[in-house]
Design a protein around this ligand. Structure first.
Ligand SMILES: [Fe+2]
Length: 205
Protein backbone atom coordinates (compact mmCIF):
# COMPACT_ATOMS: atom_id res chain seq x y z
CA UNK A 1 0.00 0.00 0.00
CA UNK A 2 2.80 2.43 0.92
CA UNK A 3 4.23 2.04 -2.59
CA UNK A 4 1.10 3.46 -4.24
CA UNK A 5 1.20 7.14 -5.26
CA UNK A 6 0.08 9.55 -2.52
CA UNK A 7 -3.18 10.57 -4.29
CA UNK A 8 -4.26 6.90 -4.46
CA UNK A 9 -3.47 6.28 -0.81
CA UNK A 10 -5.29 9.46 0.17
CA UNK A 11 -8.37 8.49 -1.86
CA UNK A 12 -8.36 5.00 -0.37
CA UNK A 13 -8.37 6.46 3.13
CA UNK A 14 -11.12 8.99 2.45
CA UNK A 15 -13.20 6.21 0.83
CA UNK A 16 -12.72 4.06 3.93
CA UNK A 17 -13.94 6.85 6.16
CA UNK A 18 -16.96 7.53 3.97
CA UNK A 19 -17.88 3.90 3.33
CA UNK A 20 -17.25 2.40 6.73
CA UNK A 21 -17.95 5.37 8.97
CA UNK A 22 -21.71 5.00 8.81
CA UNK A 23 -21.71 2.63 11.75
CA UNK A 24 -22.79 3.65 15.21
CA UNK A 25 -20.39 5.65 17.28
CA UNK A 26 -20.77 3.42 20.30
CA UNK A 27 -23.18 4.92 22.79
CA UNK A 28 -23.29 8.32 21.07
CA UNK A 29 -26.04 9.91 19.01
CA UNK A 30 -24.00 10.43 15.81
CA UNK A 31 -22.14 8.01 13.55
CA UNK A 32 -18.38 7.52 13.31
CA UNK A 33 -18.05 9.52 10.11
CA UNK A 34 -19.83 12.60 11.46
CA UNK A 35 -17.81 12.33 14.67
CA UNK A 36 -14.54 12.26 12.71
CA UNK A 37 -15.61 15.17 10.51
CA UNK A 38 -16.64 17.25 13.51
CA UNK A 39 -13.32 16.56 15.24
CA UNK A 40 -11.42 17.72 12.13
CA UNK A 41 -13.64 20.80 11.88
CA UNK A 42 -12.97 21.64 15.54
CA UNK A 43 -9.25 21.49 14.80
CA UNK A 44 -9.65 23.61 11.69
CA UNK A 45 -11.72 26.24 13.52
CA UNK A 46 -9.00 26.46 16.19
CA UNK A 47 -6.49 27.39 13.51
CA UNK A 48 -4.57 24.16 14.09
CA UNK A 49 -1.68 23.02 11.91
CA UNK A 50 -2.56 20.73 8.97
CA UNK A 51 -1.04 17.68 10.67
CA UNK A 52 -3.24 18.23 13.70
CA UNK A 53 -6.34 18.56 11.52
CA UNK A 54 -5.45 15.22 9.91
CA UNK A 55 -4.87 13.60 13.29
CA UNK A 56 -8.33 14.79 14.34
CA UNK A 57 -9.91 13.54 11.10
CA UNK A 58 -8.40 10.06 11.44
CA UNK A 59 -8.15 9.72 15.22
CA UNK A 60 -10.81 6.98 15.29
CA UNK A 61 -9.87 5.27 12.02
CA UNK A 62 -8.98 2.22 14.13
CA UNK A 63 -12.68 1.90 15.04
CA UNK A 64 -13.76 2.33 11.44
CA UNK A 65 -11.49 0.20 9.25
CA UNK A 66 -12.60 -3.36 8.55
CA UNK A 67 -10.79 -5.59 11.00
CA UNK A 68 -9.18 -7.57 8.19
CA UNK A 69 -7.37 -4.43 7.04
CA UNK A 70 -4.42 -4.68 9.43
CA UNK A 71 -2.47 -7.39 11.18
CA UNK A 72 -2.70 -5.39 14.39
CA UNK A 73 -6.46 -5.35 14.04
CA UNK A 74 -6.63 -9.13 13.76
CA UNK A 75 -4.62 -9.42 16.96
CA UNK A 76 -7.02 -7.14 18.76
CA UNK A 77 -10.00 -9.14 17.61
CA UNK A 78 -8.60 -12.03 19.63
CA UNK A 79 -8.83 -9.82 22.71
CA UNK A 80 -12.55 -9.88 22.14
CA UNK A 81 -13.23 -6.47 23.59
CA UNK A 82 -16.76 -5.72 24.75
CA UNK A 83 -18.49 -4.24 21.68
CA UNK A 84 -20.42 -1.72 23.77
CA UNK A 85 -17.25 0.24 24.52
CA UNK A 86 -15.77 -0.05 21.03
CA UNK A 87 -12.59 -1.80 20.06
CA UNK A 88 -10.08 -1.80 22.88
CA UNK A 89 -6.77 -0.74 21.38
CA UNK A 90 -8.41 1.10 18.47
CA UNK A 91 -5.98 3.98 18.93
CA UNK A 92 -3.00 1.64 18.33
CA UNK A 93 -4.73 -0.04 15.40
CA UNK A 94 -5.38 3.39 13.89
CA UNK A 95 -1.82 4.64 14.42
CA UNK A 96 -0.30 1.50 12.88
CA UNK A 97 -2.69 1.65 9.97
CA UNK A 98 -1.84 5.30 9.24
CA UNK A 99 1.87 4.51 9.56
CA UNK A 100 1.46 1.72 7.00
CA UNK A 101 -0.05 4.28 4.63
CA UNK A 102 2.93 6.60 5.02
CA UNK A 103 1.72 9.12 7.61
CA UNK A 104 4.36 10.97 9.62
CA UNK A 105 5.38 10.12 13.14
CA UNK A 106 3.58 13.12 14.68
CA UNK A 107 0.15 12.24 13.26
CA UNK A 108 0.59 8.58 14.22
CA UNK A 109 1.64 9.43 17.76
CA UNK A 110 -1.33 11.75 18.22
CA UNK A 111 -3.79 9.17 16.93
CA UNK A 112 -2.15 6.50 19.06
CA UNK A 113 -2.41 8.60 22.21
CA UNK A 114 -5.94 9.97 22.18
CA UNK A 115 -7.06 7.42 24.77
CA UNK A 116 -4.03 8.19 26.94
CA UNK A 117 -4.93 11.88 26.74
CA UNK A 118 -8.28 11.07 28.33
CA UNK A 119 -6.51 9.04 31.02
CA UNK A 120 -4.25 12.05 31.62
CA UNK A 121 -6.99 14.69 31.67
CA UNK A 122 -9.16 12.71 34.09
CA UNK A 123 -6.12 12.45 36.39
CA UNK A 124 -5.23 16.15 36.46
CA UNK A 125 -8.64 17.79 36.13
CA UNK A 126 -11.51 16.58 38.30
CA UNK A 127 -14.00 18.68 36.33
CA UNK A 128 -12.98 17.04 33.06
CA UNK A 129 -14.46 13.68 34.06
CA UNK A 130 -17.87 15.34 34.49
CA UNK A 131 -17.73 16.67 30.94
CA UNK A 132 -17.36 13.20 29.42
CA UNK A 133 -20.31 11.47 27.84
CA UNK A 134 -21.62 8.37 29.66
CA UNK A 135 -20.16 6.15 26.91
CA UNK A 136 -16.75 7.80 27.24
CA UNK A 137 -16.82 7.39 31.03
CA UNK A 138 -17.66 3.76 30.61
CA UNK A 139 -14.90 3.10 28.09
CA UNK A 140 -12.37 4.76 30.43
CA UNK A 141 -12.72 1.79 32.79
CA UNK A 142 -11.78 -0.63 30.00
CA UNK A 143 -8.92 1.64 28.94
CA UNK A 144 -7.16 1.40 32.30
CA UNK A 145 -8.74 4.34 34.16
CA UNK A 146 -7.02 7.63 35.05
CA UNK A 147 -3.25 7.78 34.84
CA UNK A 148 -1.32 7.43 38.08
CA UNK A 149 2.33 7.44 39.15
CA UNK A 150 4.89 6.83 36.46
CA UNK A 151 2.42 6.78 33.55
CA UNK A 152 1.10 10.16 34.63
CA UNK A 153 4.60 11.63 34.92
CA UNK A 154 5.59 10.31 31.52
CA UNK A 155 2.57 11.85 29.82
CA UNK A 156 3.03 15.14 31.67
CA UNK A 157 6.53 15.51 30.23
CA UNK A 158 5.78 14.30 26.73
CA UNK A 159 6.83 16.98 24.19
CA UNK A 160 3.52 16.41 22.37
CA UNK A 161 1.40 16.69 25.51
CA UNK A 162 -0.36 19.93 24.56
CA UNK A 163 -1.20 18.67 21.07
CA UNK A 164 -2.49 15.39 22.52
CA UNK A 165 -4.69 17.29 24.96
CA UNK A 166 -5.97 19.58 22.19
CA UNK A 167 -6.90 16.58 20.04
CA UNK A 168 -8.72 15.01 22.98
CA UNK A 169 -10.79 18.14 23.57
CA UNK A 170 -11.76 18.34 19.87
CA UNK A 171 -12.69 14.66 20.05
CA UNK A 172 -14.90 15.24 23.09
CA UNK A 173 -16.61 18.22 21.45
CA UNK A 174 -17.33 16.28 18.24
CA UNK A 175 -20.57 14.60 19.23
CA UNK A 176 -23.23 17.09 18.17
CA UNK A 177 -26.24 15.63 16.32
CA UNK A 178 -27.68 17.11 13.12
CA UNK A 179 -24.94 19.54 12.06
CA UNK A 180 -23.98 17.75 8.81
CA UNK A 181 -24.93 20.82 6.79
CA UNK A 182 -22.28 22.98 8.45
CA UNK A 183 -19.55 20.36 8.79
CA UNK A 184 -17.04 20.03 5.93
CA UNK A 185 -17.15 16.66 4.17
CA UNK A 186 -14.29 14.13 4.13
CA UNK A 187 -13.36 14.83 0.50
CA UNK A 188 -12.59 18.45 1.37
CA UNK A 189 -9.52 17.18 3.22
CA UNK A 190 -8.23 15.15 0.29
CA UNK A 191 -5.60 17.70 -0.81
CA UNK A 192 -4.36 18.04 2.76
CA UNK A 193 -3.90 14.26 2.98
CA UNK A 194 -2.07 14.16 -0.35
CA UNK A 195 0.24 17.00 0.69
CA UNK A 196 1.03 15.25 3.94
CA UNK A 197 1.74 11.92 2.23
CA UNK A 198 3.93 13.66 -0.32
CA UNK A 199 5.92 15.10 2.54
CA UNK A 200 5.02 18.70 1.78
CA UNK A 201 3.53 19.48 5.18
CA UNK A 202 5.69 19.90 8.25
CA UNK A 203 5.80 16.96 10.61
CA UNK A 204 7.02 18.08 13.99
CA UNK A 205 8.51 14.80 15.10
FE1 LIG B 1 -13.27 9.99 18.95
Amino acid sequence: MASLPAPERASYLIDLLENHGQGDYIGESINQLEHSLQAAHQAQKSGARPDLILAALFHDIGQIIPLAATKEARMTLKNNSPENVGRVGHETIGAEFLRSLGFGQGVCRLVGSHVNAKRYLTAVNADYLDTLSPASKKSLEFQGGSFKGEELERFKHDPLRDEMVALRLWDDAAKVPDIEAVTPRAREYLDLVVQHLEGEGPDWL
